[in-house]
Design a protein around this ligand. Sequence first.
Ligand code: PLP
Length: 374
Amino acid sequence: MANPNFPFFDLTRQYQEIKGEVLERVNQIFEKQTFILGQEVTDFEQEIASYIGVKFALTCGSGTDALVLALKAMGVGAGDEVITSPFSFFASASSILLAGAKPVFADIDLESFNLDPSQIESKITSKTKAIMPVHLFGQTAEMEPLMALSRKTGIPIVEDFAQSIGAKYHNLQSGGMGLMGATSFYPTKNLGGAGEGGLVTTNDSQLADKVKLLRAHGMKVRYTHDILGWNSRMDALQVAVCRVKLRHLDRLVSRRQALARQYQEALGPLEKKNKIRLPKTLGGRFHVWNQFTVLVENRDQVRAALEQKGIPTDIFYPKTIPAQPVFKAMGGYNENEFPISQFAASRALALPIFPELRDQEQLSVIKALEEILA
Ligand SMILES: Cc1ncc(COP(=O)(O)O)c(C=O)c1O
């Protein structure tokens, strides 16, 4: 395996830029020795709630936990169904299973890699308790038809915005459009900590209170456990890192957007010749480009040829969720029911895009693709 000329994703470059701020904040936490649910956490929850434009933002242990907490707070459990995307990270569906319910998949639209609203209505049954769009790669799903369907059927929306913090749909923020939202602060996210962390969002005070109970063993009064919860808290050190990065988020997103534009312009001619399909910013969207995923025929060969030239790439996601061994073993799912997701999984190739990627490095990706796909 050839060594890449530069990394696919590199947090060390960012760290060099913000090291002073991070170490100062982290040091303050160490000086106070308050690590769990203290002032640092409460302050961050208020800051991020106002950034997203929701009334309540509750931190928790991970993005996966955030999804499970949101579903459980909504009362989703055994015997219920939740509709979601088959083309996402596994947690979009495993969270539904972990809440005790059954994931039901609806196919995606290839333009956005997100749930195709026209595929959803036929999946609704009397058991459907929520619709969970995933705003994949940094762009929101087509929310207006989903919200119209939600209004018509009374089925609430819970947004998986793990990859789309700051993204907008006609000026509505991802994570603020559904009844609830869940995101992740995993280090590779646009806003990532130095470990695990997640966030649940809502405008509903009762749901927010329920999340607070669930994330702390169902306990409001010390050692009185009202409901069955578990331990899912984001510690103050992770919060401190995220607080610093939140101040830089808009600037970092602008750089991601500039890199995406450069890829689109430079690779446009290859797309015109049908050699590659580029990701687009759809109407009314503010895309935050957590990933830049192209579709190419003979993806694995193209990837290997890029690797030979020292160009790092990644694949999100090589298999659809219903094609995962867990789902095959469970039975009742047919991976071939989702041809668009399958098509995407067989051709998706993610090109390096992170704020500190240098122009010269990006040019070398473009040049290599031009040579390989010519
Ligand atoms: C779309 C999506 N949903 C959920 C998650 C789960 O987040 P975490 O890894 O923090 O549990 C992730 C992140 O990996 C994700 O990309």
